[in-house]
Design a protein around this ligand. Structure first.
Ligand SMILES: Nc1ncnc2c1ncn2[C@@H]1O[C@H](COP(=O)(O)OP(=O)(O)OP(=O)(O)O)[C@@H](O)[C@H]1O
Ligand SMILES: [Mg+2]
Length: 501
């Protein structure tokens, strides 16, 4: 294991390799190149282990591979998902029957060099129980001060890991132990726009899948609308993994036809939108649309999930009763409290909003967030729930083409939230073009790709009054309370501000 691959230090070569392997991701690539430059200048710089964080299929693992290619190092991967035993990292003592060296030493053996890239995949899925805390062992592995004398329990001699290039990947940050996070330099990957996905498919996924299914790329032509059809109706994701899978599935079906074809020289298939439907069968996802009509008590919120952003609708309905409030939809504690804050905020402004205070005692208010089986939590639906409540109580429909996200305080202030880029991409994907955000989130807007940003109207607000001004449509007749009323979508926005002031 003495052999050490000569590291390729030419940054131009590295840049070229990164560009060849991945489309887009300009900022990320820049970060990687800066990182490589610093590594050349400072031997063992402190606390600099790159960690890619993002939704599944956005290219974290494959970026790791690409870095190995770009620097001429061997690539080995350590899957940390479900590792909950320290001995898996550091090995068992030889007194145990069936004892083995730990994964790190095994990986070094597999790499056969002293300076491979070791990808610590899924660090956020590390387990921890009575058998020990693997993250503690990892801390030692990653610490440049300690890892030149890493001691595997099985080998029981010091082993030098200081030349290894560690890279970590994770889907979420909050489950990585803080001490470990401290050692990592976080790089967030936030998912692709539709147009980026089309380019990734054309430049990378289709050629790769052609090769996998043994098809000559000259024999099939994927048209842009064929790729778009696959993206829109057969996948719903922030990354491109399912897209790659569906493209592979199309090509395998073509491969079968090719094998059966009598005339192989003239074989040529054009895969357009119709052909995709023919190959992949019934559409799996309807066009990502939300309601097409504005309704009373139905408001579009935006959520951040581990698989990227999502649109989350909030429903509020009033029924005759005794002033009870019901919250359903598997809402977590924080979200329930946020709903209560929203309600108090709305009650405290009942008069200005034109709500009959008696309604709070004589009607029951039900807030529901579909889909009911999926747990939801967090404070960022505060303004969405408040808007749904006001909409139900004032019988003003909420605009169907508006989406919002923000925390609410009792005094009606709108606070900033996280995951802005993912949420904006999701809203765009769902065809929502008007968005409401806290003013303090303005700084996050620079991350949004121009092609998306240009199509969005983003209202940055301070208070719930402004939110209502942008989100509500004007009055519907008085006598409909029990059933939500459907209102004409194309009606102009009400100037609610006059009633608020
Ligand atoms: N920008 C890109 N350009 C080209 N190919 C890409 C890009 N992003 C992702 N891919 C491809 O998408 C596929 C999935 O990526 P990868 O396995 O790296 O996802 P991941 O982020 O590690 O996901 P997970 O969190 O599920 O492990 C790979 O085949 C990868 O090459
Ligand atoms: Mg991965």
């Amino acid at each position: 294991m003495e052999r050490s691959f000569d590291e390729v230090e030419d940054l131009d070569v590295a840049e070229r390799t990164l560009n060849e392997d991945h489309y887009g991701l300009e900022k990320i690539k820049e970060r990687i190149l800066e990182f490589l430059a610093v590594r050349q200048l400072v031997k063992n710089p402190k606390g600099t282990i790159l960690c890619f964080v993002g939704a599944p299929g956005v290219g974290k693992t494959s970026l790791g591979k690409s870095i190995a290619n770009a620097t001429g190092r061997k690539f080995v991967r350590l899957a940390l998902g479900g590792v909950h035993d320290e001995a898996e990292i550091r090995g068992h003592r030889r007194t145990y029957i069936g004892s083995m060296p730990g994964q790190i030493v095994q990986l070094m053996k597999r790499a056969g060099t002293v300076n491979p890239v070791i990808l610590l995949d899924e660090v956020d899925k590390l387990g921890r129980d009575y058998r020990g805390d693997p993250s503690a062992a990892l801390l030692e592995v990653l610490d440049p001060e300690q890892n030149s004398t890493f001691r595997d329990h099985y080998l029981d001699v010091d082993y030098d890991l200081s030349q290894v290039f560690f890279i970590a990947t994770a889907n979420v940050l909050h489950t990585i132990p803080p001490a470990l996070q401290d050692r990592l330099e976080i790089v967030s990957l936030s998912g692709y726009t539709e147009r980026e996905k089309v380019e990734i498919a054309k430049q990378h996924l289709i050629p790769k899948q052609c090769e996998n299914s043994g098809i000559d790329p000259n024999n099939v032509v994927f048209t842009d609308d064929g790729v778009l059809e696959t993206i829109r109706h057969y996948t719903r994701e922030a990354g491109v993994r399912n897209l790659e899978r569906e493209i592979g599935s199309c090509l395998r079906k073509i491969a079968r036809k090719f094998v059966a074809a009598s005339d192989k020289t003239d074989f040529r298939v054009v895969i357009n939108a119709e052909k995709v439907q023919e190959l992949l069968g019934t559409i799996r996802f309807r066009k990502q649309d939300t309601a097409r009509i504005s309704e009373i008590g139905l408001v579009n919120g935006l959520a951040w999930t581990e698989v990227g952003g999502d649109v989350l609708q909030v429903e509020a309905t009033l029924v005759k009763g005794k002033g009870e409030v019901t919250l359903t939809g598997k809402l977590g504690e924080v979200m329930q409290e946020s709903a209560k804050a929203a309600l108090t905020c709305v009650r405290s402004r009942a008069e200005e909003l034109g709500i009959d205070p008696a309604d709070f005692n004589e009607k029951n208010l039900h807030i529901h967030v579909p889909e009911g089986a999926i747990p939801k939590d967090g404070p960022s639906a505060g303004i969405t729930m408040a808007t749904a409540m006001v909409s139900a109580l004032t019988k003003k429909a909420a605009r169907h083409d508006v989406a919002m996200t923000g925390e609410i305080t009792l005094r009606g202030k709108v606070l900033p939230i996280g995951g802005v880029k993912e949420k904006m991409l999701a809203a765009h994907r769902f065809g929502l073009r008007t968005l409401i955000l806290s003013k303090e989130n303005e700084k996050d807007l620079v991350d949004i790709p121009d092609e998306v940003r240009d199509e969005l109207t983003i209202h940055l607000v301070d208070t719930i009054d402004e939110v209502l001004k942008y989100a509500l449509v004007y009055d519907v007749e008085e006598d409909v309370l029990e059933t939500p009323q459907i209102w004409n979508a194309d009606a102009p926005a009400a100037d609610v501000s006059t009633t608020i002031e």
